[in-house]
Design a protein around this ligand. Structure first.
Ligand code: CP
Length: 294
């Protein structure tokens, strides 16, 4: 049987994503019914970058499904001394039933998936962050009821992994996606989205306003330049004032309060940011069960 991976959202069909979101909602409502869903199964979690949400939500997901997760940090592994990612994958795939990896380069995740012989899940690469955006889609459904036709506006670095996965999801699930960003930070992938450089113009009648940090892990060298270029794309009360009254505010976290988003908006009644973080746990359970059920 063909091994399935989740490297980008495009690895799944629209029906499969709908099924994952439905299954995640069931698992969130009745977690007790799934306590042995992955009994005895194992997940190796490989981190080349720091993480709070991805690491903890995957580890707890495996425990709550009856399985076990092993946390592996690059700095403590032979890969940090020159062992290739492909050889690492060949070994881990002989111990674990699946691998979740957070790597710098998407190309390395593809190499891992080719070599591992078990399902590989993207826990974030420079290209995309599919698990984050599956949780985001569940959060939008919970708050707005439907996804199709909703106006989703991403403000900030349009070339970021989260924005790329939002474009993938919007194209597939028929959200109306807008990206408001400087020219040099436009998305680097194809998909169905509109560019509107003025953030207030973009935010008009939005159902969802979404932002992410301006300086991601590994981008520290260009920090001052990035902050200067992205300054006018801050998610604040004047931007939110352009959106629908019941517009939801989203951020994948971690946030830099009063940089890409003001603290008052982050803690406002429009914010669903911490619900987003929680939903990582529930969607990842659905993904794990789907990929490991055989
Ligand atoms: N959003 C997200 O992936 O959080 P972590 O970096 O803490 O895993």
């Amino acid at each position: 049987m063909k091994i399935r991976h989740l490297l980008t959202l495009n690895d799944f069909s629209r029906k499969e994503i709908d099924d994952i979101l439905r299954q995640a909602a069931v698992m969130k409502k009745s977690p007790a019914g799934f306590r042995r869903a992955l009994y005895g199964r194992t997940l190796a979690m490989l981190f080349a970058k720091p993480s709070t949400r991805t690491r903890v939500s995957f580890e707890i997901a495996m425990f709550q499904l009856g399985g076990h997760a092993v946390n592996l940090n690059f700095s403590e592994m032979q890969v940090s001394r020159g062992e290739t990612i492909a050889d690492t994958g060949r070994v881990l795939g002989r111990y674990a039933d699946a691998i979740m990896a957070r790597l710098h380069r998407h190309k390395h995740l593809e190499e891992l998936a080719k070599s591992a012989g078990v399902p590989v899940i993207n826990g974030l690469t420079d290209l995309c962050h599919p698990c984050q955006v599956l949780g985001d889609m569940l959060t939008i459904k919970e708050n707005l009821g439907t996804l199709k036709g909703r106006k989703l506006v991403f403000l900030g670095d349009g070339s970021s992994n989260v924005c790329h996965s939002l474009i993938n999801a919007s194209s597939m699930l028929e959200l109306d996606m807008f990206v408001s960003c400087p020219r040099r930070y436009q998305p680097k992938i194809k998909g169905s989205f509109k560019l509107v450089s003025n953030p207030k113009e973009a935010a008009k009648s939005a159902d969802i306003l979404y932002t992410d940090v301006w300086v991601s892990m590994g981008q520290e060298r260009g920090k001052a330049m990035r902050i200067r270029a992205l300054k006018q794309y801050q998610l604040n009360s004047s931007v939110l004032g352009q959106a629908k009254k019941r517009c939801i505010v989203m951020h994948c976290l971690p946030a830099h309060r009063n940089q890409e988003i003001t603290s008052d908006i982050m803690d406002s009644n429009n914010s669903v940011i911490f619900q987003q973080a929680e939903n990582r746990l529930h969607v990842q359970k659905a993904v794990l069960v789907k990929l490991l059920k055989n």
